[in-house]
Design a binder for this molecule. Structure first.
Ligand code: PLP
Length: 486
């Protein structure tokens, strides 16, 4: 059922003089405003704010909150994003008054508990990654990439080496080459082989003294673990380069293997993905980075340290790249990550990854019968199916988009579509470990059903949502879109 209540603006609902709270008449003489403020500070008229009663406001925002899909309302198989359930326990613990009311300008001696938590989190992230140097500062995965590449640049500068190129595979997330450019490097793409893994011959052909960093996502965005990674690391290290591990897919390997053990020198985490922080409209992210010991001196300041029983912020790091964000990072997200890691424990984290991989393989085994999965019968935490066949069968121009939109009518969020670019009409599906077999079955059946529907039905989908197909370019460029509804 269309929710039309919330599609009207508060300004449309406004009635002059309507109020949520009515104050009693003032029974003391109030001074005139111009006696309190200079004339030029006074506006000619009050601001044109909507005037409403309390229930109007409550209903408006409550209805508004139901317009979007969320992990709390729907299954969200958004590949590459790890939209797992956000345990309410994290929220409860993160709202304890001790965390809620600290201020970043408080003296260190009064925030020892918070610093201890951040210090311990640094230790857990180091342990899970196998890389000992940790900075919690970056504000998102992409920001972590940038910070880590700046660390790499500082390292080469310190050694007096001029290296200008960052290599990224063609299946990499767009943030990888973008971060490379922002950090002052040129970015060069390495093609994948037919099996979806890094083409080693192409990589060898690019390796010379100009190569600073090879960025790899492992498992990659096709949901494949590139078992060549140790060999790749050897090749790159032999030429003096560094390996960067894009950790967005850590959900597949927690407690099973560690980037530091398979040759990575630097990496970022996306705690809002892997460690269950709300994201994607639900909250901000964080992008802690971990580095090998030889890169540790270049990490951003401050780093949380421990001196005996006292926790402190260490700014005295002469070779550091400096600050990349205010204070200690997005502490609210880090707190939830800490709660999640402590709640699961080492064995629990491993189980998270095992179940994420199991769920993805179960779904793959059902979907491949009606949408081809070009890169094989097995995957890690996600897989990429192709809807290309529907182009020919039904004459659809963007079949993956149409299927994704139509799934909304069945109460499922769309998978990621048209990424990675290496699979035509890609549908990238990541169920995560949070979902039950019943949910996975219902999703597979809905996807099967819609892939058999008529071109007309698919092309105009969704039919049941408040808004159907906005003009995405205009929506992105002009945030205020006019939409009509009955
Ligand atoms: C999500 C993602 C990123 C970017 O992370 P943000 O936290 O969104 O900035 C980078 N690489 C991959 C593979 C991702 O999935």
């Amino acid at each position: 059922m269309r929710n039309t209540q919330a599609t009207r603006m508060l300004f449309d609902l406004s009635r002059p003089g309507r109020r949520g709270t009515v104050f009693p008449a003032c029974d003391v003489d109030a001074p005139a405003l111009d006696a309190l403020l200079p004339a030029e500070a006074l506006a000619d008229a009050p601001p044109p704010l909507p005037e409403l009663a309390e229930p109007d406001v409550v209903r408006h925002f409550t209805n508004l909150s139901t317009l979007n899909m969320s992990v709390d309302t729907h299954f969200y198989p958004l590949g590459s994003c790890t939209m797992k359930y956000n345990p309410k326990r994290n929220e409860r613990l993160a709202s304890l008054p001790g965390w809620l009311h600290v201020h970043p300008y408080q003296p260190e001696s009064t925030i020892q508990g918070l610093l201890q938590l951040l210090y311990e989190l640094q230790g857990y992230l180091a342990e899970i990654s196998g890389l000992p140097g940790v900075s919690l500062q970056p504000a998102a995965g992409a920001h972590g990439e940038l910070a880590a590449l700046m660390v790499a640049a500082a390292y080469f500068r310190d050694r007096g080496e001029h290296r200008s190129i960052v290599l990224t595979p063609d299946s990499a997330h767009g943030t990888n080459p973008a971060s490379a450019r922002m950090a002052g490097f040129d970015s060069v793409t390495i093609p994948s082989g037919r099996d979806g893994r890094v083409d080693l011959a192409a990589l060898r052909g690019q390796l010379d003294q100009r190569i600073a960093v090879f960025m790899i996502t492992n498992p990659n965005t096709l949901g494949l673990f590139d078992a060549q990674v140790a060999e790749i690391a050897e090749l790159v290290h032999a030429r003096g380069g560094l390996i960067y591990l894009d950790g967005a897919n850590m959900n597949a390997i927690l407690g099973i293997t560690r980037p530091g053990d398979f040759g990575a020198d630097l990496m970022h985490y996306n705690p809002h993905k892997t460690f269950s922080g709300p994201h994607g409209g639900g909250g901000p992210g964080a992008g802690p980075i971990c580095v090998a010991a030889h890169l540790e001196p270049f990490l951003p300041t401050p780093v949380v340290t421990r001196r005996g029983a006292h926790y402190a912020l260490d700014y005295d790091r002469p070779r550091s790249i400096g600050r990349v964000r205010a204070f200690f990072g997005n502490v609210g997200v880090l707190l939830r990550a800490y709660c999640y890691i402590r709640t699961c424990g080492p064995d629990g984290l491993r189980q998270v990854s095992e179940n994420a991989v199991l769920n993805a393989n179960y779904l793959l085994s059902r979907v491949k019968h009606f949408l081809p999965v070009p890169h094989g019968d097995r995957c890690m935490h996600e897989f990429v199916a192709s809807a290309e066949r529907l182009k020919h069968d039904k004459g659809l121009k963007q079949p993956a988009m149409d299927l994704g939109k139509r799934l909304l009518d069945y109460g499922f969020h769309a998978p990621t579509v048209y990424f990675p670019l290496t699979v035509h009409d890609a549908l990238m599906i990541e169920p995560t470990e949070s979902e039950s077999k019943e949910t996975l079955d219902a999703f597979a059946e809905a996807l099967f059903h819609v892939s058999g529907e008529s071109a007309e039905l698919l092309h105009d989908a969704p039919h049941a949502s408040t808004i159907s197909r906005p003009d995405e370019v205009t929506a992105a460029r002009q945030a205020q879109v006019k939409w009509t509804c009955e």
